[in-house]
Write a protein that binds this ligand. Structure first.
Ligand code: C2O
Ligand code: CU
Length: 472
């Protein structure tokens, strides 16, 4: 017996295996992975802040979700759902350090909530029914209160029957200004949406149709910028503009094209890039934001510049930039940047911590369910993440459909696409995973709580495409 044990120990030491599993190799691999991970955490440092110290100022707003009417086309009234009677809803503009307090009233015929897309909020303010708060019934109120930790372009929308409520017009923006950043001559927000409208100019009332679910969600037949079709936006020659693009459509991807204007991307999904990047055919998937730094050259005085969507071979007009006559001096400053965005080049050496296969199956309320690892939301297993640790997550699209995947409560960086490393110098909260594409992302879990992760094609999300990350 003793002999047998000695022989076994000898065998294990000599061969470095136990029941066929290498012991030394594994553990050195584990140790070096841990070492790389801690280096990535160090490199991250405070690329964005763990916590924010409130400056004591409370900015209070009242928002009511209530049915209303708007005129997309002159003389034709379309029934919509609104925040405070308008589509888009209010633009809440506060400064970094301010505490936002929104006294919200639900005057819709359905329950609802508000989710603050991209904002690192305390978990209880995230607006997700069944995870962070019960739905707010018709006639009831709820107070949302938090101090955003990041400056940037964010938006808010319901998280109950989301594919219906957003399509009916419920969304607004939250702009958090950083007083330390230079002032642009103009700061504009373009909220881009598309609508499925029928002949009498009403919202096509069937949501989550089989067609939408089989494909890339609900793509409409009318596109609006700030609630208008092809609006004219007046600017002055010489002006330097921060133009914040927000895609609030249920499912449509945009590829905005500025024609003869050239612009730089300074921020993506709210967060500043480490340096400005040429804006060149970038995709704006549902949920995404892109902030542009745009100077109207004085020679453009008196001209009109069409801004198009160039996603497909049939480009269409989004808006017109109308350049006035009166010239202003261009503010000269270097564009704001976050020099602390980590490269995380060493992340490539790491194994994947979690893989999600984006797939679908027959069944469910709509006849088709969109799933992650063959599980619809509700059957999902919560993924536990440790606070301040690095994780590498792989998204494998097993379908030929588009899935803009969105993480609540965390930002991440794209590391690879189809096995090739990519060097994006910014964080995101939403990444478009194209048909049959594989994307790896890296993140440091910075905010505690239960965070929904889902496809931002809202019909796919309604039909099951979501799971939960738990940071503790
Ligand atoms: Cu705009 Cu759950 O997301
Ligand atoms: Cu999807």
């Amino acid at each position: 017996m003793k002999n047998n044990i000695i022989i076994m120990i000898f065998w294990v030491l000599a061969m470095g295996t136990l029941f066929g599993k290498p012991i030394f190799a594994e553990s050195t691999k584990d140790i070096s992975a841990l070492k790389v991970k801690s280096e990535l955490v160090t490199e991250f440092h405070d690329a964005y802040k763990n916590e924010i110290i409130p400056n004591g100022k409370i900015r209070e707003f009242f928002i009511e979700a209530i049915p209303g009417e708007i005129e997309f086309v002159a003389g034709k009234k379309t029934k919509v759902w609104t925040y405070n009677g308008k589509v888009p809803g209010p633009e809440l503009r506060i400064q970094l350090g301010d505490t936002l307090k929104v006294n919200f009233k639900n005057s819709l015929p359905q329950s609802t909530t508000i989710h603050w897309h991209g904002v690192r909020v305390p978990n209880a303010m995230d607006g997700v029914p069944g995870i962070t708060q019960p739905p707010i019934p018709p006639g009831e109120s709820f107070a949302y209160e938090f101090t955003p930790k990041d400056a940037g372009t964010f938006w808010f929308h319901p998280h109950v029957r989301t594919s219906e409520q957003i399509e009916r017009g419920l969304y607004g923006t939250l702009i958090v200004e950083n007083p330390k950043e230079p002032q642009y001559d103009k700061d504009l927000v373009w909220i881009i949406d598309d609508w499925a409208i029928n002949q009498d100019f009403q919202i096509y009332p069937h949501f989550n149709t089989h067609h939408d679910l089989m494909h890339d969600g609900r793509w409409g037949n009318m596109v609006t910028v700030n609630g208008k079709t092809n609006p004219e936006i007046s600017v002055k020659p010489g002006e330097r503009i921060r133009l914040r693009l927000v895609n609030v459509a249920n499912a449509r991807i945009f590829r905005p094209f500025l024609g003869i204007l050239s612009a730089k991307v300074i921020a993506v999904d709210g967060m500043l890039a480490s340096a400005p990047i040429d804006f060149n055919g970038d995709l704006l998937a549902p949920g995404n934001r892109i902030d542009l730094d745009l100077t109207i050259r004085p020679s453009l005085k008196g001209t009109t510049i069409p801004v198009q969507d160039n996603l497909t071979n049939n480009p269409f007009l989004l808006a017109k930039i109308v350049v006035g006559e009166e010239r202003v001096n261009t503010s000269g400053f270097s564009a704001p940047a976050n020099l602390k965005v980590p490269e995380w080049s060493k992340a490539h050496q790491l194994p994947v911590d979690k893989e999600y296969r984006l797939n679908a199956r027959r069944g469910g309320d709509f006849g088709i369910e969109w799933t992650l690892n063959n599980k619809a939301f509700g059957e999902h297993k919560v993924l536990n993440l440790h606070h301040r640790q690095f994780y590498k997550i792989r998204l494998v699209n097993e379908s030929s459909r588009l899935h803009p995947m969105h993480l609540h409560g965390q930002f991440f960086k794209v590391l690879t696409r189809n096995g090739k490393s990519v060097t994006e110098n910014f964080f995101r909260d939403t990444v478009l995973v194209k048909g049959n594409e594989t994307i790896e992302i890296g993140l440091i879990a910075t905010d505690r709580g239960h965070w929904l992760t889902h496809c931002h094609v809202l019909e796919h999300a309604e039909a099951g495409m979501g799971t939960v990350l738990h940071v503790n």
